[in-house]
Design a protein around this ligand. Sequence first.
Ligand code: PMP
Length: 367
Amino acid sequence: MTDTRPVLKPWIEQIHAYVPGRSKGAGGRELVKLSANENPLGCSPLAAAARAELPSPDRYPDPDSAALREKIAAVHGLDPARVVCGTGSGELLHCAVQAYAGPGDEVLFSRYAFSLYPLLAQKVGAVPVMAEAADYAASVDNLLAAVTQRTRVVLLDNPNNPTGTFLPAAEVARLHAALAPDVLLVVDQAYAEYLEPGDDDGGLALAQAHENVIVSRTFSKAYGLAGDRVGWATGAPGIVDALNRLRGAFNVPMTAQLAAMAALDDPAFVRASREHNSAERARFVAVMEGLSNHGLRVLPSEGNFVLVLFEGALDAAAALDGLADAGYAVRHLPGQGLPHGLRITIGTAQDMDAIAETLRRLAEQAA
Ligand code: PMP
């Protein structure tokens, strides 16, 4: 008997759509959106000006993002032939998994890693395998213990979203050194620009020196260009070639290419974003530490967000509602094994004061 409608592949059947951070509260009320790790300072004025000079929309963009790749390579000391641009780094992560894993293969990552990772594995029919974390951080020992003959790709977001935890270079190198050369290590550095100067997980050096490492970066976070959808990746020529074959043909709109290039001309904006983030994050963490007697715990974060754990009378769901009442959308991730946590993007000083004050009030009321 023939089917009466197209038949979904069985591995697609199990996938649910990626759930992004939202800005709406009850009844569709618009809230201050601190749920998607966007930049509260916006983007560089140079990038904004470049966007305003819209190239003619009747023409396709440069399919190879050549000028942007040249600029990225110059800024980071890379070979432009080893850089590939994507529709956000998300497209490139997808291509990397698609290129090296398929049905029956395993794609390994840590518990509490980026919520897109299991979907990337499922999309290609591979099995997502989650290694246990160690106090919410990726553990190299646990990742290595979970490697099997079928492991084809290991995904590591560093700093890690949503916990903010960071693996130093020695740990990333230890992970890489213990992997077989035919296993691809993806170091997802979406939040790298927020690291303190001198903090480096060594991913770019590994990606230059080895055939089985790729690093991905994005313009969505510290560069403040999330709406433009532009990211990049670098690795060995064979990997970059595979990503070029799999990515969309005209995958980065011309406005996004121009904005990203202009953004690279303004390192002062990125520095200011990092300094704002570090200062406000430290201030917020200090207030949360003062609420530890109410069971609030904040994980050490190197990103532009913090994960607050609610281990006392005030639970995360109630805190989520209370923050929405105060006008703020933050991220609750019960589906990721974090029913007791809220991920809060670092916003303006005023936003962080209001959030801290609201949490203090809610914690005291719940006690
Ligand atoms: N990696 C991580 C760890 C992220 O948190 C995100 C965005 N939430 C991305 C990759 C993807 O970002 P984009 O596609 O905007 O570059």
